[in-house]
Write a protein that binds this ligand. Structure first.
Ligand code: BG6
Length: 492
């Protein structure tokens, strides 16, 4: 359990706080993870008094908690809330915060966890102002101060470097917790357990046995009222730079020397550094970007991207990306990794498929084996969380006929209860000072180095932007990308 601490949420009236943070705090409290001496201060521009803010938090828990709220716990959570109405740019806000936190009568524990749940333009302003107010050090010599920074962390390599630089003017790296909520997902953490707690998979986990890897993050939702953000970002920045490269790092990393923050992140960053840079020719050959057009999803007709609110009518922002990456190291030389992500695809499915090489000799070729497919291990991150292994089995009967079957592990049947949400796990880790599941400075910079090179390549190439119908599995060009290597995308 964490030490007593004070959580200060900048952007406490916003959507993230409302949908994710308050419900997560509530569930952590239900599970007994919060210390009895724990306080929350919300700061935002919207004018609330303490009572209104408490009511807001209660509503958010009622609407978004994975468990129906227990009133006694909810009252305990909201009882410790305070709110400051302020503009993040106004130095007076930080003086007010300091006065509140250091009031001897106030009872705010002098361990501070700052959460930046604001638009990204505010990150550096807030960090600098925290520093100026001297709140980046605890008034208690044994106390601690940490800061959680939400995504997006930068817009390209240059802005990420500059944001890191500015944060480092005020905080030491171990104080900074950069969120990637994918790392808080149970199924994502299970990648490490699956690989390194079991003896049988790791010996096969290399170029000798693995043919190729496919990572898919498919969404059926569109831009969902976030048009003005999304049109500036696009799928490469929104999903690949963070979530997908994190999945790739976990799948491809070497075993760490210990299960400890820097040891794990050292190995992840080595993967990112080993990804072969894209040459100008590679950009046209091994990347596809596309935009959704109208189509139908679950029987409902949905508008095309250009007709969504807050999207420029001539926008060239991609809502779909497919990439082929190569990892130039001893384990993976020659094994292609295919990544694809898109909005308005046929269904929501995040999964990693590891395709193994075929058996070196096929004894059963003369019989009906044409449907026998290579072994494939699929790690299903969401929504049907589980792991599935595809192999050939003999069809019962006098002749030898082989058919592909699946061996399935499903979280829902093996484990009871609703798993904690990503934000519960990540908040708790930041409270106890464990940064294993947060992105380190060099990781974020390596990921941006790769992504920025693709962005520049796209700018230079000015090639056509492909399109795809909403409700489909993406553009034809992505099928061609993988077909050139003799493979095809999995249908989740
Ligand atoms: C966010 C992106 O980081 O992740 C969204 O900004 C995306 O565009 C979301 O929809 C996907 O997260 P999840 O947990 O629903 O897979």
């Amino acid at each position: 359990r964490p030490d007593p601490f004070t959580l200060v949420i900048f952007g406490a009236a916003g959507d993230l706080a409302h949908r994710k943070l308050f419900p997560a705090l509530y569930n952590l409290m239900v599970d007994g993870w919060l210390p009895p001496d724990f306080r929350i201060v919300g700061i935002a521009r919207r004018a609330y008094n303490n009572a209104e803010f408490r009511q807001e938090v209660a509503t958010s828990v009622q609407s978004f908690s994975r468990r129906p709220p227990d009133l006694a716990v909810l009252n305990r959570l909201t009882g410790g809330l305070s709110y400051i109405t302020a503009d993040f740019k106004d130095p007076a806000a930080y003086e007010a915060l300091k006065t509140l936190l250091t009031d001897p009568e106030g009872g705010f524990p002098p361990n501070y966890l700052f959460y930046l749940a604001t638009p990204p333009q505010a990150y550096r302003v807030i960090a600098a102002a925290i520093g100026e107010a001297g709140l980046n050090r605890s008034p208690d010599p044994h106390g601690w101060v940490r800061i959680i920074v939400e995504k997006p962390f930068g817009h390209d390599l240059e802005s990420a470097l500059s944001l890191n630089h500015d944060l480092h003017q005020v905080f030491e790296e171990p104080q900074i917790y950069r969120i990637d909520h994918y790392l808080g997902k149970e199924t994502v953490q299970n990648i490490l357990v699956f690989r390194f707690a079991n003896g049988i998979f790791e010996p096969l986990w290399n170029r000798q046995y693995i043919d190729h890897v496919q990572i898919t993050v498919a969404e059926s939702l569109g831009v969902e009222g976030r048009g003005s953000y999304y049109d500036q970002a696009g799928a490469l920045r929104d999903m690949v730079q963070n979530h997908m490269l994190q999945l790739l790092s976990l799948i491809a990393m070497e075993p760490p020397v210990a299960f400890e923050a820097d040891a794990v992140r050292d190995e992840k960053v080595k993967v990112l550094r080993s990804i072969r840079p894209f040459s100008t020719r590679d950009i046209t050959q091994f990347t596809v970007r596309a935009q959704y057009e109208t189509g139908s999803i679950d029987g409902e007709v949905v508008p095309g991207y250009l007709d969504e609110p807050d999207i420029a009518s001539d926008s060239r922002t991609e809502t779909y990306v497919a990439l082929r990456l190569l990892i130039d190291n001893w384990r993976w030389a020659g094994v292609p990794f295919y990544l694809r992500t898109g909005k308005r695809l046929a269904k929501r499915a995040t999964e990693i498929a590891i395709q193994f090489k075929r058996a070196p000799r096929q004894f059963f070729r003369q019989t009906e084996t044409s449907e026998l497919e290579p072994n494939q291990l699929t790690i299903k991150i969401q929504p049907d969380e589980g792991i599935s292994l595809r192999f050939g089995a003999k069809v019962p009967g006098p002749a030898i006929r082989v058919r592909t079957v699946n061996m399935e592990f499903l979280y829902g049947t093996s484990f009871a209860g609703s798993p904690p949400e990503a934000y519960e796990r990540l908040l708790l880790d930041a409270m106890v000072g464990d940064s294993t599941l947060f992105t380190r400075k060099d990781e974020v910079e390596e990921a941006w180095t790769l992504v920025t090179s693709i962005l520049h390549g796209w700018e230079r190439a000015r090639g056509p932007l492909a399109t795809y119908e909403s409700g489909s599995w993406g553009p034809r060009e992505a099928d061609e990308l993988i077909a050139r290597d003799g493979f095809q995308w999995r249908r989740p």
